[in-house]
Write a protein that binds this ligand. Sequence first.
Ligand code: ATP
Length: 401
Amino acid sequence: LAGEIAESIGSRAYCVGGFVRDFFLRVPNFDVDLVVEGDGEELARKMAQHLGGKARIHQRFRTAALMLPDGTKIDIATARTEYYEFPAALPKVEKASIREDMYRRDFTINTLAIALNPDSFGDLIDYFGGRKDLEKGLIRILYNLSFVEDPTRIIRAIRFEQRYKFTIEDDTLRFAKDAIERRLLGKLSYKRIIQELMLLLSEIDPLPALDRIMEIGVWEYMIPEIDLNKVSRTMIKRTPIIITWWEERYYGKNIKGWLVYFMLLLAGLDEELVIQIIKRYHLDNYARKAIQESRQVPQIVEYLWESREILPGEMDQRLDGWSNESMVLLLLSIKDELLWEKLVNYLDLKEQVKVEINGFDLKEMGLKQGPEFRFIFDELYRQKLNGIIKNREEELQMVKK
Ligand code: ATP
């Protein structure tokens, strides 16, 4: 359909990037990216009309995000070329052909495109030998100055290399090492560094990539305060297992994987350094709060260990409002089977237990709305977690008492 609509508005549409790469690697990928020679915004609007979705247009970047009723997201961009005013700067953007659009990309394996217009539907466009490199398992830049223009590509190369168990092609590795020696990564803003680190830590198992980052001397440009050799490898290895377990058990409570790894990386640092790092990388409030919680994990583990008879309601006093990510970190830190069961029992109860009465009920009982309401609901919730009261009737009785 995209191809037909593109044809009707005198444009040419292509499916590009990660989706095509992963299609050839037989790796599932649900992020569809289209590039349009012509008018990408118009294509997005027309597709939204036909398919009943919504198109969000970002005029400045000539891109559009199309949300279909079934939840599929399709990113549509007008083909563009980028040039750099100086090394490590953000690129300037201009309209262009599909070839030029592919040429601005990082590695050959990301330059494959599939034509969608009816006259050429399904044709593979491969200007830079991406298909061959996919077969050989090679990460290769498109031109010698690639890493000079954008040193974040060094981190990206390592990420793709480790994700697919590929190899960085010899010349590419030489250029990367050269750029590192010339300290080009030092020119990157903290924002770009943290973006790449977040992507890296969003990999299912980021450990091999972190090892490689250290090996070729990139880590000192990322968060030099953290000594990666001191970070617990066992914990990092267990993380994906616990995250998968959590997401299956508490369906819909998704985890920001990168944040759990980030907390693990910060775990050995002094409070002051942690605060500095949070500020330097402009982490958002959610991440800040979660990291603060994660600092309490060792004490909480000790507390749980010492108070073996603790009831779920008491646990709730300590853990209420905790982010899913800090909760995963707490689970990761527990080695004792009984403690694990206790914590999981509390988390399970949290999913099931709800206070049934509401503010109207309290008012009907003659209580005046005020801060006590919160106190009453908290108390009822905790008594319910403890199994002391079970239903609406018992809740009302308890309030009366
Ligand atoms: P995945 O989402 O599976 O990690 P992706 O290839 O979709 O992989 P994105 O980071 O979403 O990765 O990038 C989309 C496309 O944009 C990539 O195919 C890549 O070619 C290009 N790209 C992203 N960052 C850069 C960069 N710094 N330099 C050049 N091209 C880039």
